[in-house]
Design a binder for this molecule. Structure first.
Ligand code: ATP
Ligand code: MG
Length: 421
């Protein structure tokens, strides 16, 4: 009979990999809480209209990447492709703007996009993201960028570059789009089919195209940053000065426009040369109009999302190897030894010491073989002889050094001992 396989682009994260995932998730939570962001858990699926309205109907996500399906009553539902839309919906639905602002949220969880699977690009992937509501001040932009930069640096992810741009106000973009369109019209024959189509509907996205010919053709395109209103210019300058003041290095990238329609003013992305073609680790920006677009009050907001798969690909091997739990292997054998061993295992675990035993082993030799195969640091040998003496033999599995210790009070003794490194 055929075995049933997992879905293309949807991966299992096996026990060998979960320590690095925990390391990343714990660091993300720790940094978010340290910056005053609180966790929100939003649903995995929402009404399709939420994403269509917030992300924008001419974006890659909405045009071709969403997992959309009719509910049994015909209502169109979508597996969340990102976390901002759901967070903003929850913010509005629970009338959070009536509570004191600012409010700062973070989320971690799976997202779904129908993409061509490759290294660092999956159909089910995971994001950590933050959203800061209620602050128009550029220091909120600096704060979210700093949080992302400190997190990635703390994890020692290699060769990071922060790229930053300003998308101006909606008025700035409205004035700039005709300039860009007429430039693109002159280059039309050089553009890819996708860009020729987007030229009219979403011309800014053409600047973001990864196709080398399109990049070359738009090299000399007019720059939005040369057409910023004084307010937008001042905002951008303050963000850049703030980043410089706290020592977060950045590179100006006038082509950086991001794929989502709701961004304004600050837009940023962190890339690494370690990731190959999928070189973005995380990205974000300001989205002052989104809460209102989704039917809420006018509340400025800024945030980012970072991909955990790409962080995991970049995480140095050494970071997670030290995370392996150090276990005691309880080698209990013989009638009395097995009885005492059962109780000892329970006691060790109750005081928080990881303990393990292969219940199939009945001899000391079999136990030691299993102990050596396991990731344990010590074996506790407990046969009938030891049980009769009221003691155990503690064996260091690396050095093979052994010592006899009394069984009474053993867990307290071990609990207070430093583990071997
Ligand atoms: P890309 O240009 O790589 O498609 P994006 O602009 O679509 O990225 P965002 O929507 O800004 O990405 O998501 C932020 C981060 O989430 C990305 O930088 C990346 O790390 C991660 N990410 C996005 N899509 C995927 C995916 N299909 N598989 C794995 N990670 C992803
Ligand atoms: Mg994408």
């Amino acid at each position: 009979m055929d075995t049933i396989k997992g879905i293309k682009g949807v991966k299992d994260i096996l026990p060998e990999e979960t320590p690095r995932w925990r390391l990343i998730e714990n660091a993300a939570r720790r940094w978010a809480l340290c910056y005053g962001y609180q966790e929100i858990r939003i649903p995995i699926f929402e009404l399709t209209a939420l994403f269509a309205r917030s992300i924008g109907s001419t974006t890659d996500i909405v045009e071709k990447e969403m997992y959309t399906f009719p509910d049994r009553d015909g209502t169109s539902l979508t597996l969340r492709p990102e976390g901002t839309a759901g967070t903003v919906r929850a913010f509005i639905e629970h009338n959070r703007a009536a509570d004191p602002l600012p409010q700062k949220y973070f989320y971690i969880g799976p997202m779904f996009r129908h993409e061509r699977p490759q290294a660092g690009r999956l159909r089910q992937f995971h994001q950590f993201g933050v959203e800061s509501f209620g602050t128009a001040d550029p220091r909120a932009d600096i704060e979210v960028i700093a949080l992302l930069w400190r997190l990635l640096s703390d994890l020692a992810l290699p060769d990071l570059t922060l790229e930053i741009n300003s998308l101006g106000s909606s008025g700035d973009r409205a004035a700039y789009k005709p300039l860009l369109r007429s430039f693109l019209a002159q280059q039309e024959s050089l553009l890819c089919a996708n860009c020729r189509r987007r030229m009219d509907t979403n011309p800014l996205r053409v600047l973001d195209c990864k196709v080398p010919d399109c990049r070359a053709a738009t090299e000399l395109a007019p720059r939005l940053t040369d057409h910023l209103s004084p307010e937008a210019r001042a905002h951008f300058d303050q963000v850049l000065a703030g980043l410089a003041a706290i020592g977060v290095p950045y590179r100006l990238n006038p082509r950086l426009v991001r794929g989502l329609d709701y961004y304004c003013l600050t837009s940023f992305e962190i890339t690494s040369t370690h990731l190959g073609a999928q070189n973005a680790v995380g990205a974000g920006g300001r989205y002052d109009g989104l809460v209102e677009t989704l039917g809420g009050p006018s509340v400025p907001a800024v945030g980012f999302a970072v991909g955990l798969e790409r962080m995991s690909l970049m995480l140095p091997e050494t970071s997670s190897s030290s995370l392996q739990d150090c276990l005691y292997y309880v080698a209990a054998f013989g009638e009395e030894g097995i009885k005492r061993g059962l109780v000892l295992l329970d006691e060790l675990r109750r005081v928080g010491l990881s303990a393990h035993c292969d219940y199939r082993a009945t001899t000391l030799k079999a136990h030691l073989r299993q102990a050596d195969r396991s990731k344990c640091c010590y074996a506790i040998l407990l046969g009938d002889d030891e049980a009769a003496r009221g003691s155990i033999i503690l064996r260091n599995l690396a050095s093979k050094a052994q010592e006899e210790l009394p069984l009474a009070g053993l867990t307290a003794l071990l609990k207070n001992r430093p583990f071997p490194s």
